[in-house]
Each structure stands twice: as C-alpha cells, then as structure tokens.
Design a protein around this ligand. Structure first.
Ligand SMILES: Cc1ncc(C[n+]2csc(CCOP(=O)(O)OP(=O)(O)O)c2C)c(N)n1
Ligand SMILES: [Mg+2]
Length: 335
C-alpha cells in the first residue's frame, strides 16, 4: 500500500530503480575501498555500509543541484545520489589531483562539491549544523525557493553546537531539514551512554520543532519523511528533525578495531537486516526488478567501480608546489 502511494506521489518506476542502482553502487564502491585499504593502497576509509538506503532516500527527496546539502563523513551514498562520480570518490581516497572536494588536501569523505551545492564540513563533529542554519537564514533573507538538508550521527547530537543551531532554526522557522543517521554507536560509545532519551527525535520537543523517527533501512520510508520535512521547510513552516534508524555494519573507520567493544553476535545479526537486500526484495515484491535486471544492476556497478579504481590509480598526485593553495590569501597554484 505504501509502495503504491510512493509510485503515485513522487517516485515513478524509473526513479525507484535509480534509487536501487545508487544503493548498490555505493555498497560496491565502499566494499572495494575497504579492500584497497587492507591491501595498503590507500591510507584511510570511513564507511557508509548499512546507511545507504537512508541516504539515497533522503537525497532523492531534494531538488538535486538546487537545494543545499551540508553532509557528514558517512554520506557516500548520499553524495553519489547527488551526482558525485565513483571516479571523483576514488581520486579522493587515493589523494590524487583533480579530487573535487579539496584538490586532495582534506581527509577523504569530507565532501565539498560546488556544482552539487554541497558545503564543506570540518572533522570536529556537529560543526556542520550551525553552517546549515546559517545557510537557512540566508535563504530566508533572500527569499530563495531552496531548502537545506544537513546530516549527522546520533552521537554528535550531544554537542552544544547542535543544540544551538537547531534551536536557532526553530525560533526563526528556517528552511532546514536536520537528518540524524542513528546507528547506535559513536565510535565505541553506545547511544545509552550518550543521551537519556530513547530517540534523538525526542530532543525536538524541547527545541520546538517536529521530530520523527523512521526506519532508515527502508529507502522509501526515509524518502517519504524527508519529502514531508522538505515541503514544510519550503512552505515557510520551519525545520524538522528526521531520525533515520540505520546500522553501522563495519568498524567506525579503517583506523578502528571494533572487536574490542562490539559483540560479534550483534554484527552477525545485522546481516539479516542488510538494507541493500531489503530494497532488492521490496522491488522484486513490487514486480519492478527481475532476477536478470538485478544481475545487470550488480554488473553495471561493479564495472563502474573497477573503471574508477583504474582511472584514479593512474591519475597523478598534486604538485608539491600546490600543497597549500588556496589555503592562504595570496597563495598561487604555481607556488
Ligand atoms: C568534537 C569532536 N569530538 C570527537 C571527535 C572524534 N569523533 C569522530 S567521529 C566520532 C563519533 C561520531 O559518532 P556519531 O555522531 O554517532 O556518527 P557515526 O560516526 O556513528 O556515523 C567521534 C567521537 C570529533 N571528530 N569531533
Ligand atoms: Mg553513530
């Protein structure tokens, strides 16, 4: 029933298949990046495995290229859905020239893509939230027809900056969607050591904005929730907090060993709730995805990823003389 509504409302068959293709592409790219790391070919990876459905569902609820997005490091699938190419991502993890976020100066996955209206974030968590409220204020003052979506992990909502920024957006009815990707862990710290409420969405009541919790393993459920929040924001009715319950199916990053704090049985259990498989089953149930089409989606993703790896591996590194450009005023690309 809900799937039928999605088809009627704002997603046609083509966009549902696009959604699935992006989820599969993100997973493939992410898994291959872990392998590159374990082979010693790259220095660092922070993974979005288990978050893909929520991120693609959210991105596809926006006017892509027109709305503003202030993401966080785990948002690979969201970035692909907004138009980042696998080649650009690979240039980033390999630190190669031409990487779009920073010319390969930033850590990988610190997205900043002008053509996609994706605004740079810093490594200190929650610093992106005040940026999003600021952009929301600018949109309101200019009378633009855009909105802002900012994303964050549940752990980072403990930061003072997060409360200040959400409070400000609620007071001034700014066109912001505050998306929380709740995977129950902040590196090794479980949610119950991070907040006394059951859901991050419960915090919204104290700040004066609506807060909803949705199944983040269901791309359509997230798409619906973010679409509603975006419509509210666009209508001038202010911000919404949307908490998507997702899974972190990997260690925090390639530098983390989760065996010291996460029971193996817990991780094993997550496999039965893999969002890629859940979306595939749903599309098959809806009669939109055949076995053959599924094979083609997988093969297309694999080919794109291998091509991206080859491309980035043979790309040059930036010149040493450009290392600080354009960090300081007066810096020149030619040194
Ligand atoms: C202000 C600050 N404190 C600590 C860190 C180190 N740190 C990086 S990610 C992270 C955990 C964030 O967890 P959460 O917000 O739940 O997002 P997740 O990584 O689970 O998606 C921490 C503590 C940081 N980057 N910034
Ligand atoms: Mg978390």
């Amino acid at each position: 029933m809900e799937a039928q509504e999605d088809l009627q409302l704002n997603l046609n068959e083509e966009s549902l298949l696009e959604m699935y293709g992006l989820i599969v592409l993100s997973r493939r790219l992410d898994e291959r990046t872990w392998v590159l790391h374990r082979q010693g070919k790259i220095a660092f990876h922070i993974s979005g495995i288990g978050h893909e459905a929520a991120q693609v569902g959210a991105a596809m609820a926006l006017r892509r290229g027109q709305d503003w997005v202030v993401p966080y490091y785990r948002d690979l699938a969201m970035m692909l859905a907004l138009g980042l190419t696998p080649k650009e991502f690979m240039l980033g993890v390999m630190g190669k020239k031409g990487e779009p976020s920073s010319g390969a100066r930033q850590m990988p996955s610190h997205w900043s893509i002008r053509r996609m209206n994706v605004v740079s974030h810093s490594s200190p968590v929650a610093t992106q939230t005040p940026h999003a409220s600021g952009i929301g204020l600018a949109i309101k003052m200019r009378g633009d027809d855009a909105i802002v979506l900012t994303s964050i992990g549940e752990g980072a909502t403990s930061q003072g900056a997060w409360y200040e920024a959400v409070n400000w957006a609620a007071i001034h009815k700014l066109p912001v969607v505050f998306m929380v990707e709740n995977n129950l862990y902040a590196i090794s710290v479980r949610q119950d050591r991070q907040m006394a409420v059951e859901h991050v969405a419960d915090k919204a009541a104290g700040l004066g904005l609506p807060g909803v919790t949705v199944d983040g393993l269901d791309a359509l459920a997230v798409h619906r929730a973010i679409s509603e929040a975006a419509a509210r924001a666009r209508a001038g009715d202010g911000p919404t907090l949307v908490e998507a319950m997702v899974q972190r199916m990997t260690p925090h990053s390639s530098d983390d060993d989760d065996r010291s704090y996460r029971p193996r049985a817990e991780l094993e259990a997550l496999k039965a709730q893999d969002p890629v498989r859940l979306q595939r089953d749903k599309l098959m149930d809806m009669g939109l995805l055949s076995e053959q089409a599924e094979t083609e989606v997988q093969e297309r993703a694999a080919a794109q990823v291998e091509e991206a790896i080859k491309f980035a591996a043979s790309a040059p590194y930036p010149e040493v003389s450009e290392a600080s450009y354009p960090v300081y005023a007066g810096d020149r690309a030619d040194g």
